[in-house]
Design a protein around this ligand. Structure first.
Ligand SMILES: [Zn+2]
Length: 245
């Protein structure tokens, strides 16, 4: 990759991170805290500063950080929970993007005795291997804590954090956004069943296999990314110029 190509890729990924962050605020998945990160093909990853507002995050404000947690480019300090991203990227070479957030519905399922968050809705087959809960309720500020969280995540695509939040991992920023929306829908579905006083009926393995036989993940992600980005542009949440790549 030439230097100018690398810069174009960098700028495109930075727009994706900023757009996804603003959309996740609109969807009430991010608020005054939480963050999206994504690997840069040339090395290191993009993440916002701790202080910049998630509601109007700009691509040119993102930091480039290496896998030791050192800031290579950008102004300002990384978020207090930077170690979470560093250790998860180190533990999972197969993933490109990470979301850490404090989604209310996700947290609720770390505070319920005898209830396990499982795939209820068809799109939640993404988490068929399991949604573990990490026992450490504190902010993940230190390497040892973050490495322990990465071990709890293991090979899965989501990890709940006791009385604190959620971390999702995916193959791209658009995939991460779509996963976050489906994660929230699925948690809401289970909550509604419980609030109705009914016994939950999560998807059975046969049903999960049936959904997987017809799964078109790439197509679905493209369709939803285009929908959420377009809607955010129309609502004035994301500048129209970012939707052109
Ligand atoms: Zn947190």
């Amino acid at each position: 990759m030439t230097q100018s190509n690398a810069r174009t890729v960098h700028e495109g990924l930075a727009r994706e991170v900023a757009a996804a962050t603003r959309i996740l605020v609109a969807e009430k998945i991010l608020d005054y805290s939480g963050h999206v990160s994504t690997r840069l093909p040339g090395g290191g990853f993009l993440i916002q500063t701790g202080l910049d507002s998630r509601a109007d995050l700009r691509p040119d404000r993102l930091l480039v950080v290496d896998y030791e947690g050192k800031v290579l480019e950008g102004e300002g300090n990384p978020p207090a929970e930077l170690a979470l991203h560093v250790e998860m990227f180190r533990a999972r070479p197969d993933i490109q993007s990470i979301l850490h957030c404090h989604m209310d519905l996700a947290i609720a399922f770390t505070m319920m005795k005898g209830v396990q968050l499982k795939p209820m809705r068809a799109r939640a087959v993404r988490w068929e291997s399991g949604i573990p809960t990490h026992p450490d309720p504190s902010h993940i500020k230190h390497t040892e804590q973050a490495a322990s969280l990465a071990r709890t995540l293991g090979p899965h695509n989501a990890v709940l954090m006791r009385a604190h939040g959620l971390t999702l991992v995916a193959e791209s920023v658009p995939a991460l956004l779509v996963d976050a929306i489906h994660f929230q829908e699925n948690a809401l579905a289970l909550m509604q069943v419980l609030q109705a006083g009914a016994e939950p009926l999560p998807l059975t393995q046969d049903e999960i296999d049936q959904v997987n036989r017809h799964e078109m993940r790439e197509f679905h992600i493209g369709k939803l990314w285009s929908y959420y980005l377009g809607r955010a542009v129309n609502a004035g949440i994301v500048p129209a110029a970012w939707a052109g790549n």
